[in-house]
Design a protein around this ligand. Sequence first.
Ligand code: PLP
Length: 285
Amino acid sequence: MARIAYVNGMYVPRMLAAVHIEDRGYNFADGIYEVVCIRNGKLVDEERHALRLERSLRELRIAPPMGRKALSLVMRELMRRNRVANGILYLQISRGVARREHAFPNPAVPSSLVMTISPMKLPTPESLRTGVSVITIPDIRWKRRDIKSVSLLPNILGKQQAKEAGAYEAWMVDEEGMVTEGTSSNAWIVTKAGALVTRKADEMILNGITRLAVLDAVAEGTLTFEERAFTVAEAREAREAFLTSTTSFVKPIVTLDGKPVGEGTVGPVVESLVRSYFRHIANQP
Ligand SMILES: Cc1ncc(COP(=O)(O)O)c(C=O)c1O
């Protein structure tokens, strides 16, 4: 079956879908994006993704191409046309097409909206029983990582470095030696003392939607939780470590920079958070 993309008001065969060469997303990475998980025909945490999308647009002063309700209808129509029950919806909005000039187009031009859907085998509770390896690298990004910008060069270079090191992810480390986040995921540890720790969501990290779902589960439980930055040294001594993202869900980490985390096996805290996360995604409206 032909896959269908949505490009600026039109549903087109994905093979033929294209944007203008002077789209500011293409020329300047002047745009934002969202990745939403589709599970059993439902969009996971749609409302939170919509809120983050609107926030990213506001912060960059990009006009929303349509209202929230219309956007939701397009998402559903694209799911229907692609008949994908499990996979990923990718949505990108740029400041539009204009002659290449750094300042915003004046008068403003319509924002561009592109949406695609890709089938994907989603993680299962069984697949998440195998932990992954992570390396640490310097965080060389700009200082507005809270905006889900399509400008991802440092993340791309970091992920490639991880791949070449045989690792699944790279945790980026700020100038104070504190872990910020992964190149496409949020970072968590369970300290030697048993506290669950993840960095506060300020301008230095992206506030992951999966992170928020895990925080909800934590708020309902009895775990000791600290929302703060942690050092690489603390992570190396941690009992457990894991990462969270829309495509990875809640993924245990068993080695950090080539050394085992805790016993080098999947620990009880991450195991229980994986279970909570599956309950959460099973309960989507
Ligand atoms: C830099 C970064 N941090 C965190 C995340 C996790 O966010 P989410 O849980 O919304 O997928 C992502 C996801 O792509 C990311 O790119």
